[in-house]
Design a protein around this ligand. Structure first.
Ligand code: ARG
Length: 286
């Protein structure tokens, strides 16, 4: 099923029947934003003159954590480090596959010191830590469909990062080209909803990458630019419930039409840093 118009009739199979969708409990890593702020700018959403409300950020983060717990997921929490405000975005910590943790290699020198803290955490949890040679911003740029890792390149992770993920973790990868700086990590442009459904904002991808996406044979939900600017695609799905930016109302309606249950959260303070719900969340049990 690919969504081509607003007036597409509701499909009559299980995809549209919420009762047939099954939520898979997951284990996540989050990092408490004790030092969250925007004092440097490494993406076009970050404006150092805009004030971040630290108390509100903490409350929104707590609400996100509790939302996961309420949905039956488990959440590991680590603490951030003074001077490293972007540690809250644990999707960028690395990529987990079984007992292995591929730790990220950040493009920006502001974020490179995070690598050691994430590596230490993975090690302390018993993961076998592996390191890439090329810039690789972890799950921010690598999303697992269930059969292939969709990688994003163009702004952060290097073109060769995908083949390196294949080499180090043994996962097949397909690298997509991001062409619009509003959606600079693939997790801001595309969301995996279940093993046969993806959502994305077409404007974020090159024509060739859109062809590759079409060739995957998955159901596609095309998300409008307005919602995508609210980081609609920076969503976390368990196969049934989709934790999503509350402002992305059109996308929530699309999710409901496709039989998913939207679970809106407000992450407004993190948007000031170019991050949303998924950015604050790393999947630990792949
Ligand atoms: N300020 C952070 C950066 O620019 C935001 C990271 C968002 N993370 C993500 N997975 N998209 O690196």
């Amino acid at each position: 099923l690919s969504e081509t118009s607003d007036f597409e009739p509701l499909v009559a199979d299980s995809a549209a029947n919420p009762s047939l969708r099954e939520a898979k409990p997951q284990r996540f890593l989050m990092c408490r934003p004790g030092n969250f702020e925007v004092y440097y700018s490494i993406n076009r959403w970050m404006d150092v003159t805009v004030q971040v409300d630290a108390a509100l950020a903490m409350a929104q983060w707590e609400n996100l954590r509790k939302t996961y717990l309420r949905l039956g997921h488990s959440v590991e929490v680590m603490d951030d480090v003074p001077g490293l405000p972007d540690m809250v975005f644990t999707a960028n910590a690395g990529i987990i596959k079984g007992g292995k943790a591929l730790v990220s290699k950040f493009r920006s020198e502001y974020r490179q010191p995070e690598e050691e803290y994430f590596a230490q955490w993975f090690q302390a949890q018993g993961f076998d830590v592996v390191r890439p040679e090329l810039v690789n911003e972890g799950e921010g740029d690598f999303l697992w469909t269930g059969s292939v890792m969709l990688g994003g390149s163009g702004f952060r992770s290097e073109l060769g990062a995908g083949p390196e993920v294949t080499e180090l973790l043994g996962l097949p990868t397909e690298t997509l080209e991001l062409v619009d700086s509003r959606w600079y990590h693939i997790d801001t442009a595309l969301a995996i909803l279940d093993e046969r459904t993806i959502a994305f904002v077409p404007e974020a991808f090159s024509p060739r990458s859109l062809e590759i996406l079409a060739g995957l044979g998955l159901d596609q939900i095309r998300v409008c630019v307005e919602d995508a600017e609210w980081f609609a695609l920076n969503a976390v799905s368990d196969g049934k419930n989709v934790v999503v930016a509350e402002q992305a109302v059109n996308f929530q309606a699309q999710l409901a039409e496709h039989g998913f249950t939207p679970v809106p959260v407000d992450v407004s303070e993190f948007l000031k840093s170019g991050g949303g719900a998924k950015c604050c969340t790393l999947i630990l049990d792949r």
